[in-house]
Design a protein around this ligand. Structure first.
Ligand code: SF4
Length: 170
């Protein structure tokens, strides 16, 4: 089943899942919901489990919603607060994707991932290497979503909570 090309595009959510499960990227990229239709519930729970609830500091830039922003030494800093670093690579690349979107709007910024329960934070910068990696990931996400069939399931820790578990493993 080949979808209309306009239906397939990279999103911040797909960047997040790319580093967790490429089969889920295919399923979500094609907007396939599981039979029990609880994917939104599961995805919502997942995002809530892994991020602090957004507070007043949330900044809405069209489709971009960022947790907090501040100016530091004349540079804009956007922050994402996470409950744990368990999916740090997903969080890092998702934040880098936001920085790239901002750059596309003419705004240079750096990112800050905060893990308050682990008492640490991490800086994310959109350097040449990160931008090249993002370009590669975006191309690979499109390659995956355009596959006729989803990648074979592979057991990952997220499978236990995943809304597609029955589809993959029943
Ligand atoms: S159940 Fe596991 S393999 Fe299947 S989509 Fe979810 S995370 Fe991927």
């Amino acid at each position: 089943m080949l979808m209309n090309q306009n239906d397939l595009h990279v999103t911040a959510t797909l960047i997040w899942y790319y580093f967790i499960c490429q089969r889920e990227v295919w399923l979500m990229g094609r907007q396939i919901t599981p039979d029990q239709d609880n994917s939104n519930v599961e995805i919502g729970r997942f995002i809530q489990d892994n991020s602090y609830r957004r507070e007043k500091k949330e900044v809405d830039l069209g489709h971009l919603k960022l947790d907090a922003m501040k100016l530091e030494n004349g540079q804009l800093v956007v922050a994402e607060v996470k409950k744990s670093s368990r999916f740090a690579e997903s969080a890092r690349m998702q934040l880098a994707y936001y920085l790239k979107e901002l750059k596309g709007k003419g705004v240079a910024a750096r990112g800050e991932l905060r893990f308050p329960e682990e008492k640490r934070k991490e800086t994310v910068v959109l350097d040449e290497e990160t931008e090249a990696e993002l370009d590669r990931v975006e191309r690979d996400i499109l390659r995956i979503v355009y596959l006729d069939l989803p990648p074979e399931p592979k057991k990952v820790s997220w499978c236990r909570k995943c809304a597609y578990a029955e589809f993959c493993w029943a």
